[in-house]
Design a protein around this ligand. Structure first.
Ligand SMILES: Cc1cc2nc3c(=O)[nH]c(=O)nc-3n(C[C@H](O)[C@H](O)[C@H](O)COP(=O)(O)OP(=O)(O)OC[C@H]3O[C@@H](n4cnc5c(N)ncnc54)[C@H](O)[C@@H]3O)c2cc1C
Length: 401
């Protein structure tokens, strides 16, 4: 059995399968050396957490768990022949396959994004931003400005953290094409986010489309919709632009090709099998999976009201799907009926600056330092590997004592 991609969905699937009493041999194919706990990347940027805590090595995480690891990238999957090829020129056969290759930053075709904008998805991105903060804090220029594009959860959390780190050394502009920040978020969290941005003097520009990213700033058009194409272009000079505008799926080439959904994701049925293939499952940001279960919940930002409801691109969803995929792979081996994915919305947590957070879920809301500690605890429980969890918990305890 092969799992492609060792992020939230893939790593959890592989570890769950390997932990089953009669679990099959599992091979995880993942090119990175370290797993990255993305929801805590902001705390790494601010120095509230350390690299080893949020980015443990796969070699350590998988040791003794019965999961073999191949540090390569899958390039093509021939699902008719049940074989795949890697960038290490290896051809591997599989009985069943899980595609959990996640997503990457989506530029939406805006010129200049890949050349001039910084991203926020990797350890290298964090190092680049830390260097930028150091430089801006030296106040080399008057009226320094930093732009964060996209006022979804990533953009809002990043803007708050950066504002705290910069402590007035630069103005932060948060640019959003839509009419509101955090569309689809819980109302309490959105209110808290507004408050946090105001307290930090972050300038929120809604209804503002980025027409181009330049070496020294942005070209902006006021007006949220297509009409903005005719709106006058205004220049905004910035020391740097950070792009958190959205997620595009990373899907290896499939042979024979299958029709992806309009966002480029693998179309899945209710049991998380990739439609048009045999023995292939998909989950997480790379997959378009029916929402299932708690469908009475309002669609989130990643699920436009007009599209058929698919599960949002969050770590929470990838975790829950991993349990379903692992169970279905076992059912498949035993020729049992597969179970449909049941989405259970556990709520939403957002970090809003150093030592601050907001959360809504399980029937209650909380904001401030207590929410920050609760969020850390909730994520501690989600860190992969019991030994790693124990080490991180020990470290946090030592800080408090
Ligand atoms: C900064 C940031 C903050 C976030 N905060 C939150 C949050 O607070 N709460 C929340 O629920 N969600 C959050 N998310 C979203 C969440 O991290 C993703 O939804 C989640 O990681 C998706 O899991 P996944 O398994 O699909 O993909 P990922 O976790 O992205 O893992 C995909 C893995 O596949 C590997 N891979 C890619 N292509 C290949 C290939 N061809 N071959 C082999 N391996 C490959 C990659 O190296 C990667 O390790 C955040 C995302 C970001 C970027």
């Amino acid at each position: 059995m092969i799992v492609v991609g060792g992020g939230f969905g893939g790593l959890t699937t592989a570890l769950t399968l390997a932990a089953a009493t009669d679990g099959p041999p599992v091979l995880l194919i993942e090119p990175q050396e370290r797993f990255l706990f993305l929801p805590l990347l902001y705390e790494l940027l601010s120095g509230e957490l350390r690299r080893w805590q949020i980015a443990p090595r796969y070699a350590d995480l998988l040791a003794g768990h019965g999961v073999a690891w191949l540090q390569e990238r899958v390039v093509t999957i021939n699902h008719a022949e049940r074989e795949l090829r890697t960038d290490g020129d290896r051809t591997l056969n599989y009985s069943a396959l899980v595609i959990a290759t996640g997503g990457r930053a989506n530029s939406f075709g805006v010129p200049g994004v890949s050349e001039h904008a910084l991203a926020f998805r990797s350890l290298a991105d964090v190092e680049r931003l830390q260097e930028l903060v150091r430089r801006l804090r030296l106040r080399l220029r008057p009226l320094q400005r930093l732009a964060v594009v996209g006022a979804g959860a990533s953009g809002v959390e990043l803007a708050c953290k950066l504002a705290d780190l910069l402590a007035g050394a630069a103005v932060i502009e948060l640019v959003e094409q839509g009419p509101e920040l955090l569309p689809g978020s819980k109302a309490f969290n959105r209110e808290q986010a507004h408050l946090a941005l105001q307290q930090r003097d972050v300038r929120l520009r809604t209804h503002t489309r980025v027409a181009a990213v330049l070496a020294d700033g942005l070209e902006l058009q006021r007006g949220a919709d297509d009409a903005s194409a005719t709106a006058p272009v205004e220049s905004l000079r910035c020391e740097a632009v950070i792009w958190t505008g959205g997620v595009a799926p990373c899907v290896p080439a499939l042979n024979p090709p299958i029709d992806l959904d309009r966002r480029g994701r693998l179309p899945c049925d209710a049991e998380l099998r990739v439609i048009g293939t045999e023995g292939v499952f998909a989950l997480g940001d790379a997959a378009a999976c029916p929402l299932g279960g708690d469908a009475s919940q309002p669609a989130t930002a990643t699920v436009p009201a007009t599209a058929p409801a698919t599960a949002p691109a969050t770590a929470q969803v990838a975790y829950q799907q991993a349990a379903c995929v692992a169970a279905n792979l076992q059912h498949l081996r035993r020729n049992d009926a597969l179970e449909p994915f049941q989405w259970n919305d556990l709520g939403e947590m957002l970090g809003l600056g150093v030592g601050q957070a907001t959360l809504t879920g399980m029937g209650f809301t909380l904001a401030g330092p207590a929410a920050f500690q609760l969020r850390r605890l909730a994520y501690l429980a989600r860190l992969p590997g019991p030994l790693h969890r124990l080490r991180v918990a020990g470290g946090w305890l030592a800080e408090w004592l």
